[in-house]
Design a protein around this ligand. Structure first.
Ligand SMILES: [Zn+2]
Length: 261
């Protein structure tokens, strides 16, 4: 999303429009999304057209199918790219070996760190829950409707369903982490919030992710059964010049809608 916004900034040097664009990306309500987009359209039709070249389901929280777990960035791919930066020029076997060693070290560090955690939820998630738990103090009474359905009176009214983990504020279903309204009701029922969070926020699942074993490898010189043969060049024709190492920024003019003739 950051790169999308950066490209938007380059194409439209207007900070107000950029703020509206970011709000349209992050909002959880379709009514708010429509409102922000209408403002952008009335201020600059060209900027609006640029945004709508890609369907909102690719960049807006309101239209995204599935759960984003509150992530709006592609930092993981950037980090990985940076991590293998030096290795990319190595021969294939060497490259794979560098990746294997890096991943093994990373998995080991994460596993070791997680062993220090004593809570059921991972620390970052626990912090979010604690922050959200502070808010219900300002809520008015929650009203039970029926079968796990509740109505919360806060800045406005919210409809909550404990059975299917949804709230009309949409925070719960988009991030799979209970919103402040849900926490108010769960605490009121003397139940455990952990039972209402997505399983990927639990320490046990975190450890399971990084518990995959790596095959131990001896030094290459101790592998006599491997016969090194000459690696033939691929049939792909190489273009002139050195291959690009850095990420190519998308230019405004390069984004074109494809049309069938
Ligand atoms: Zn809510």
């Amino acid at each position: 999303m950051k790169y999308l916004v950066d490209n938007f900034k380059k194409a439209n040097s207007n900070s107000t429009l950029t703020k509206l664009y970011w709000k349209a990306i992050c909002t959880l309500y379709i009514s708010d999304f429509d409102e922000y987009m209408a403002k952008i359209k009335s201020a600059n039709t060209r900027a609006y057209d640029w945004m709508m070249l890609q369907h909102p389901k690719y960049w807006a929280n309101t239209h995204f199918k599935g759960c984003r777990y509150n992530h709006l960035t592609s930092n993981i791919s950037e980090s990985f790219n940076q991590c293998i930066f030096q290795a990319r020029e190595k021969p294939l076997i060497k490259l794979l070996e560098i990746l294997r060693v890096k991943l093994m070290g990373e998995f080991s560090n994460k596993m070791t760190r997680s062993l220090e955690w004593s809570d059921v939820l991972i620390p970052k998630t626990q912090k979010v829950i604690d922050l959200r738990r502070d808010k219900p103090r300002f809520f008015h009474a929650d009203t039970w409707a029926h079968d796990g359905m509740y109505e919360i009176n806060a800045d406005k009214k919210y409809a909550l369903n404990l059975e299917i983990h949804t709230c009309s504020c949409r925070v719960w279903q988009v991030g799979e982490l209970s919103c402040s309204h849900a926490i108010a009701v769960i605490d009121h029922r003397h139940e455990d919030v952990i039972n209402f969070c997505g399983i990927y926020f639990i320490v046990q699942m975190y450890r399971r992710t990084y518990s995959l074993p790596f095959n131990k490898m001896p030094n290459v010189l101790e592998l006599p059964e491997i016969v090194y043969t000459t690696v033939m060049l691929s049939a792909v024709r190489r273009t002139a010049g050195r291959p690009k190492k850095h990420r190519r920024q998308t230019k405004y003019k390069e984004i074109k809608r494809l049309k069938c003739s």
